[in-house]
Design a protein around this ligand. Sequence first.
Ligand code: NAD
Length: 378
Amino acid sequence: MKKPDLNFTYHKNIRSDVCIYVGINESHNIAHFLKNLNPDKVFIICDSTIAMIYADSIREKIAKRYPVAVIVHKANEANKNLQAITKMCDEFFIAGGTQKSVIVALGGGVTGNMAGVLASIIFRGIKLVLIPTTLLAQLDSAADVKQSVNSALVKNSIGSYKAPDVIVIDPLFLKSLDDRKIRTGLGEAVKHGFAQDMDFVEYILTCDKRDLNVLQKIITKTISLKIEHWENSPTIWNDSKQIERLTHLGHTTAKVLEMIDIDYLTHGEAIAHGMVIEAYISYLLGYLDLRSVERIYKVLSELELLYPLSNSYTCATVIAKLYGTTDQPIFALLKSLGDPTTISTTVLRSATENAINWYLDTKTTKPEVKKYQSATIV
Ligand SMILES: NC(=O)c1ccc[n+]([C@@H]2O[C@H](COP(=O)([O-])OP(=O)(O)OC[C@H]3O[C@@H](n4cnc5c(N)ncnc54)[C@H](O)[C@@H]3O)[C@@H](O)[C@H]2O)c1
């Protein structure tokens, strides 16, 4: 290859400290949390549902100290795309947003991700505060740096890494969530349990899932497990493959399930189905034993997370999406229950087909473990 005529090295080594406040009524202190960020104007980003229930009260609290505007987008996954982000950018500038303005995301994981993308691209990065309002966003998506929207073909495929500056988690918002949305959050919590702490799984199974103090404990524990995982993986922020590991359990399949019939499954349900299928793949590759696969299946059924799949979900549709844009989708697989060590691996298409057929055919297919042991480990 020809030697470049000139060259330079780009160093980007930014350290971001993320402050997380958790407590019932904590969102009432939002103006106080904004103080250190010194905004010239605050932009609340929320979806149409949250605009009706909570936007006014948060807006009033902020308006006591700062000018504030509200940007509303259409609720749900189908609208988590670049067109919606472009519209938000226009609204931001029309309302007088500057480099010193702060974005406040008020809503579920969809709003958090969209606001995260917005905050990372406006002037190549402005301050971001998250006030997550679903259990899933409170215990999982908010405490993260991956911000993305969907392309027409691949979920969460367009985005950036952007750390929020402040996260304010108020379990009081969970009062207006229906049971299905509470369960979807538990899907991410139990994922950490399977990989890091089986006692936590038992706690989730038996606790009162509508008690706000119990939910606060589950939120704090799940985020602590996530932080523990990050702290035990020193290279995690420099190696994009590593970052996907433990937190990515069940997600390779889940992303596909969510795109096959958008908004049919909640995110937690999609990862629950994904975790069972991927547990079986792990078994086929000779890692997880069959009893562990059964345990995962039983826990997720008890939590009512295995929402019945519609006729759109066939082995052919799942395989077509999984292997449609890449020959080698990478799976993060558990080695054993309660052990955070995962294997990041590509999987032979035939093994994936076997696992999906096993799952969709109510587990009638006989596993053939040895056949798949040659799958590439990366
Ligand atoms: N690392 C990450 O960034 C990460 C991790 C996990 C999930 N996610 C993303 O999060 C999204 C799923 O998040 P979600 O489950 O919160 O979905 P969501 O944001 O679509 O919220 C679900 C629905 O609940 C409504 N809602 C929100 N809060 C409410 C409340 N307190 N009371 C009543 N209704 C309320 C919303 O208006 C929406 O209709 C997915 O797009 C997923 O990809 C991202």
